[in-house]
Design a binder for this molecule. Structure first.
Ligand SMILES: [Zn+2]
Length: 282
């Protein structure tokens, strides 16, 4: 997780839990399709189809993305504060039972706490390169990446847990799901980073971590991405590397987020990854 530098005005709301003046926010009237993200850490927070006109003067949503927003009783004893689950940034308050929409919730959010990414530009990519803690760490550092999540992909069992995947018998690879803004960072940049933060020549393992769950694999979504991956692996092969990375169509493959204690592992420890480091290969 990387936090953006805030302006004094943003700080007043996001850190000091202030409230922007009603009818002033830049996202109040926005009706575009896309995703509202945390101004400070970039985490996706609200889908545009949850936005509705409440007349309050602040952007209003009747739902948040799963697990994205924390709700805590306000010190005023009346209201419920909402904040970014990932970085704790203050967003606003949630009001229930007003009946504006069938969900009957109004997440009342300061515009200044959010950014907006238009729908066609918000994309996902999946990379498996050994222990997901390190892979997640490096993708989180990259400009244009809104979030990287550790999880499991490419196996046969539904809703696998860590204990099952670590046996190597479920077929899943420890995989990182990267959500990115394609107007800021390209798929090729992501793929290059992937090949430089793990050893793509190791078969069914990464460093001391051995087993198919630690294999090198990329799950692509379309032929363009596949071509980019093939070009990069050809470049590495031309340099004498015996690339063992599997290139797999993501169609029909489901990504399962790992347990909470695997997320942002190195950030929580305040450590640099010991399982992965960056090597210049291109
Ligand atoms: Zn945040």
């Amino acid at each position: 997780m990387r936090l953006r530098e805030l302006t004094p005005e943003e700080k007043k709301v996001i850190v000091e839990k202030g409230t922007e003046l009603p009818f002033t926010g830049h996202l109040l009237m926005n009706k575009e399709a896309g995703t509202y993200t945390c101004k400070r850490c970039g985490a996706p927070l609200f889908p545009s189809d949850a936005k509705f006109e409440s007349g309050s003067g602040w952007p209003s949503f009747d739902d948040a993305l799963p697990g994205a927003v924390a709700q805590t009783p306000d010190p005023d004893g009346q209201r419920t504060e909402i904040s970014c689950k990932r970085c704790g940034a203050h967003l606003g308050h949630v009001f229930k039972g007003e009946g504006f929409t069938p969900k009957s919730a109004r997440f009342c959010v300061n515009s200044v706490s959010m950014d907006f990414v238009a729908a066609p530009l918000l994309k996902k990519a999946w990379f498996a390169g050994g222990c997901f803690w390190g892979v997640e760490y490096y993708f989180d550092q990259l400009d244009g990446v809104l979030g990287a999540v550790s999880g499991y992909m490419g196996g046969s069992l539904d809703n696998p847990n860590y204990q099952q995947v670590r046996t190597g018998r479920t077929g899943h690879a420890e995989t990182v799901e990267v959500t990115y803004d394609a107007s800021k960072v390209s798929y090729e940049t992501l793929a290059r980073l992937f090949f430089e933060i793990h050893d793509p020549t190791q078969v069914d393992g990464q460093g001391p971590d051995l087993g198919t769950q630690y294999r090198s694999e990329v799950f692509y979504t379309d032929p363009t991405e596949r071509t980019i991956l093939e070009n990069l692996t050809s470049q590495l092969k031309a340099k004498g590397l015996k690339v063992a990375t599997h290139l797999t169509d993501a169609q029909g493959k489901k990504f399962y987020p790992a347990e909470d204690y695997h997320q942002d592992y190195y950030d929580h420890k305040g450590q640099q990854p010991s399982c992965h480091f960056k090597v210049k290969r291109f």
